[in-house]
Design a protein around this ligand. Structure first.
Ligand code: MAN
Length: 194
């Protein structure tokens, strides 16, 4: 019966000359099992990755999760600046050459601002604003590793309004994002989070 059902190899058949040889049904079942084990391993590591991701800080209401790696560019002076959410900030000379890393994502923080909002709405205004801190960028000649604080206010588009180098290789970008609209920003220290 087992031979008839392909579970046991038929010792009398020409392609099963040794008694240790498996039938095709057993070989197939083993390879299906191996493939199911591989799928399970992959699913488990994906689950671990997702569980770790859930413990990360994506800001109030996880507003920046969907923007991760989205980049916003702005020309200013001799450079084109770029902010890639939760990833890095860079500057690139308009005269050519490569990107200079202005910092890699470190943590989310907040800053208190007090400015009059310009008529076009492109400004930080007054109150507590969410900010993203980028650190350990390319080291400045005779100076520190470049770092950037990106301060965001509510606006209907992703924009960078202003880039300043507050001290040598310490940059501040100010811009607008729909992601921060309606978000109640509670003051954050943020500097010991990572
Ligand atoms: C480059 C830029 C400037 C920076 C200097 C420092 O020119 O990154 O922002 O001030 O290097 O040497």
């Amino acid at each position: 019966m087992l031979i008839d059902n392909g579970i046991l190899a038929d010792p009398s058949s020409s392609d099963s000359s040794t008694s240790t040889q498996e039938s095709k049904a057993v070989t197939d079942a083993k390879s299906q099992l191996d493939s199911a084990k591989r799928d399970l391993d992959n699913d488990r590591s994906e689950l671990t990755k997702q569980e770790e991701d859930l413990t990360k800080d994506y800001g109030p209401d996880a507003i920046f999760r969907a923007l991760k790696d989205t980049c916003v560019d702005q020309d200013s002076g001799e450079y084109t600046y770029s902010h890639c959410y939760l990833s890095s900030t860079t500057q690139k000379s308009k005269k050519g050459g490569g990107n200079t890393g202005m910092g890699n994502f470190a943590h989310i923080t907040s800053v208190t601002v007090d400015e009059t909002l310009p008529a076009d709405g492109r400004g930080l205004g007054s109150g507590e604003r969410i900010a993203l801190k980028y650190e350990n960028g390319q080291t400045c000649w005779n100076g520190p590793a470049r770092s950037t604080l990106v301060v965001l206010a509510c606006y209907d588009k992703e924009e960078i309004w202003k880039v300043v180098e507050e001290e040598k290789c310490v940059y501040r970008m100010e811009g607008g994002s729909p992601a921060v609209c309606g978000v109640d920003v509670v003051k954050r220290e943020g500097h010991d989070e990572l």
